[in-house]
Design a protein around this ligand. Structure first.
Ligand SMILES: CCCCCCC/C=C/C(=O)SCCNC(=O)CCNC(=O)[C@H](O)C(C)(C)COP(=O)(O)OP(=O)(O)OC[C@H]1O[C@@H](n2cnc3c(N)ncnc32)[C@H](O)[C@@H]1OP(=O)(O)O
Ligand SMILES: Cc1cc2nc3c(=O)[nH]c(=O)nc-3n(C[C@H](O)[C@H](O)[C@H](O)COP(=O)(O)OP(=O)(O)OC[C@H]3O[C@@H](n4cnc5c(N)ncnc54)[C@H](O)[C@@H]3O)c2cc1C
Length: 625
């Protein structure tokens, strides 16, 4: 294990307390790096201190106490969520000034609250941000009063809490997750909305009925109007990565402590030693690292866009930035939310029966993550926005009449479209595949190929189909949908590759980070193997085989680092709230203690007399008389 220097260690110890000794210590000793160095490389001291403050405040407040796995009645859960939300307002973790100074703290706060409970986080965030920001971003000075009212929670009649005349509001009922949040409906019956309420940032109507807009280009105007939706999607990417981090922490810590059959009869071995368990989990750990890096960087891109909006920047660059962020967020949300969805389920199963026990939290993580695939735009519908963006570039690519340029550079590689399409997979050994550039090159080919195929398919369908609507619909499966996903996977991988290969990345962390990058790349690529063969990039048995062998090799190389990799991203035990995944690794002691603390654990059920005095008689229904 590599240790930190003395001065680093002093500042680290204050921020990151040592983890308790126990059954996980052996893996921690075997790690190739120091988990505290990793944690401090991933986030700066100020952010770690901010997180510590939030976590310790919640842990010290009895209102935030919870019994693992207890299923609260709906009304009680909503009441608790409301009271906790109120308390978060009082704690005021993030002032307006602090947000302006370091905007990513808003995302950190959402995720810290989400790690505790997504119902609380979403409620708080919708109240403080989404509604107000939507009005702020699309309205003007004349909406300040409304903004003020939303900030003061005046969202009904402030004295009676009854809805305003003509407005009907109600509850939509129990959902599959996030049930502490009371989603509702609103209906308006002959309610006259004052003209001044019209949100008029991108267009207005004069009192004489004339439409005016500062945007000359209608497309730029539409982009500016819909741009607000991008911020939700960008934030969701980070939120779902948080879920993946929670789930993988639980599954890795469990797998490192849960023992089953070993090669000899003498000793059982941790299930993490099985190749199958490694292959099921470690790629999700790599995905958590790669997507996390993407989510943070992409959030900064969004901030740049929002500063432009605030400064009323109407330059072509600002418009292009809006389009690129729209295209990336419309595929980034699907990729990240589905990865978290599949990862949470794999983690649940990887923990066997213990994973199915509610107190270990994997069910809640899975269910609370699920709506991210739907809200702020259904994933499958959003992917079409990304493929539309890419298909819009084809003409200039074919005719070489204009370079493919975008503010964030995600499409720059398409300038080499024709050359890339001529390339073949050239690696011939597993060793060569362990260089992440191999997966990255393959992705460049894959995106170019799917772009060409999707374009051709769309043209064919346009000739065949009665209208463009059908043509577009019939070009999604295997074409445009795959294109959008391959494009975002390439973007995530390219960014992670640049980061892990940057000379400023500490030498002690670079080897493990490069392995994660390579594993994420090959594992993701492997899902497109049919297309790689179909398009002729792969030929013969060898490419498919060495890619798979390299994946297994990387999983084996990373298994001794896995515990320290989750230590660097895990919240404290109180927040993680999963007895099988406490930092001390005392799986059975913690589980047993949580079971025994359950209400009425050792009591007979209240209906016990039914069994003793009124036993069922097989085949003889009792008379109802
Ligand atoms: C942080 C959140 C926490 C949790 C939240 C929990 C609560 C949940 C809240 C919600 O769900 S709120 C409701 C959110 N609703 C949606 O997201 C709706 C999803 N649907 C859409 O956005 C649209 O249907 C669509 C997917 C954009 C498609 O619309 P349509 O078919 O009418 O448009 P197109 O013709 O395809 O596009 C027009 C044109 O506009 C461009 N564009 C669209 N969106 C944006 C954008 N955000 N930014 C920039 N540009 C945008 C699009 O690219 C097209 O451009 P051209 O191709 O014409 O150049
Ligand atoms: C927990 C939760 C909270 C929400 N909160 C809010 C909120 O606060 N405010 C708000 O406005 N909304 C909210 N929503 C609504 C949310 O934005 C929508 O559910 C979402 O945008 C999807 O739209 P839909 O439900 O109409 O799905 P539909 O459009 O009806 O989709 C149904 C199915 O049809 C498919 N489909 C639809 N169109 C196409 C197409 N063109 N091509 C191919 N397939 C298609 C979809 O993929 C999907 O599988 C919330 C939703 C959830 C789950």
């Amino acid at each position: 294990m590599i240790t930190a220097s003395k001065s680093d260690a002093v500042s680290q110890d204050g921020l990151l307390p040592d983890l308790p000794n126990g059954p996980l210590s052996e893996y921690r000793r075997k790690a190739s790096f120091n988990w505290k160095d990793m944690a401090m490389f991933l986030e700066d001291e100020d952010i770690i201190a901010f997180k510590n403050k939030i976590f310790s405040t919640l842990e010290s407040d009895p209102l935030f106490y919870r019994q693992p796995g207890v299923d609260l009645p709906l009304e009680k859960y909503r009441e608790l969520t409301f009271l906790r939300c109120k308390k978060i307002f009082e704690y005021n973790f993030l002032t307006f000034e602090a947000t302006m100074e370091k905007p990513q703290k808003m995302l950190v706060l959402i995720n810290c609250l989400g790690m505790y409970d997504w119902s609380l986080s979403t409620k708080y965030f919708l109240d403080t941000q989404v509604f107000g920001v939507a009005i702020g971003n699309t309205g003007s000075e004349r909406h300040e009063t409304i903004l003020h009212q939303t900030q003061n929670m005046e969202i009904r009649n402030p004295k009676t809490l009854l809805p305003m005349p003509g407005v009907m509001v109600g509850d939509i009922g129990r959902k599959l997750g996030q049930n502490g949040l009371d989603n509702g409906f609103a209906m308006f019956h002959n309610v006259r909305i004052p003209y001044e309420n019209l949100l008029n940032r991108t267009g207005d109507i004069s009192s004489s009925g004339n439409y005016t807009s500062a945007y000359k280009d209608p497309k730029q105007r539409l982009g500016a109007s819909l741009g607000t939706l991008s911020s939700g999607r960008v934030s969701i990417i980070s939120m779902v990565v948080t879920n993946l981090k929670l789930a993988i922490t639980i599954a890795i810590r469990f797998s490192a402590t849960r023992r089953q059959f070993g090669p000899t009869e003498k000793e059982e071995i941790p299930v993490l030693e099985y190749q199958l368990q490694q292959w099921r989990l470690i790629p999700y750990l790599a995905a958590a690292y790669a997507l996390d890096y993407f989510s943070v960087g992409f959030f900064f891109n969004l901030i740049e866009l929002q500063i432009g909006i605030l400064m009323k920047d109407r330059s072509p660059r600002q418009a292009e930035l809006g389009k690129e962020i729209h295209a990336l967020s419309c595929a980034g949300k699907p990729l990240a939310s589905w990865t978290a969805q599949h990862g949470a389920q794999e983690c649940r199963e990887a923990c066997g029966g213990h994973g199915f026990l509610a107190m270990n939290r994997l069910g809640d993580i899975r269910n609370d993550n699920d709506p991210n695939c739907t809200y702020e735009g259904d994933n499958n519908v959003l992917l079409q926005q990304t493929s539309n963006y890419l298909l819009g570039l084809v003409q200039s690519i074919h005719e070489d009449n204009a370079p493919c340029e975008s503010p964030l550079g995600s499409i720059h590689f398409l300038n080499d479209y024709k050359t890339i399409l001529k390339r073949k997979f050239t690696a011939s050994t597993i060793r060569e595949c362990l260089d992440c550039a191999v997966a990255l090159d393959a992705y460049k080919w894959l995106v170019c190929y799917l772009l060409r195929e999707s374009h051709d398919k769309l043209q064919q369908e346009k000739q065949r189909a009665a209208n463009d609507f059908d043509a577009r619909n019939n070009s999604q499966v295997y074409y445009c949908r795959s294109l959008a996903l391959a494009f975002i996977e390439h973007t995530v991988l390219q960014r992670y590759y640049d980061y892990t290969h940057d000379p400023s990345t500490p030498g002690s962390l670079q080897p493990v980070l490069k392995k994660l990058c390579c594993l994420y790349g090959l594992w993701s690529l492997n899902k497109h193997i049919a297309v790689l063969y179909q398009g002729g990039y792969f030929a013969g048995e060898l490419p498919g085989r060495i890619v798979q062998d390299a994946i297994l090799d990387l999983c084996a190389q990373l298994k001794d680092d896995a515990v320290s990799l989750v230590d660097a991203i895990a919240p404290p035990d109180f927040i993680l709230n999963s007895p099988i995944a406490k930092a001390d690794g005392e799986l059975y002691k913690n589980l047993w203690s949580a079971v025994l603390q359950g209400e009425k654990v050792l009591e007979r059920p209240s209906w016990w007399p039914e069994f003793c005095c009124n036993k069922p008689v097989i085949g003889k229904p009792r008379s109802q008389l």
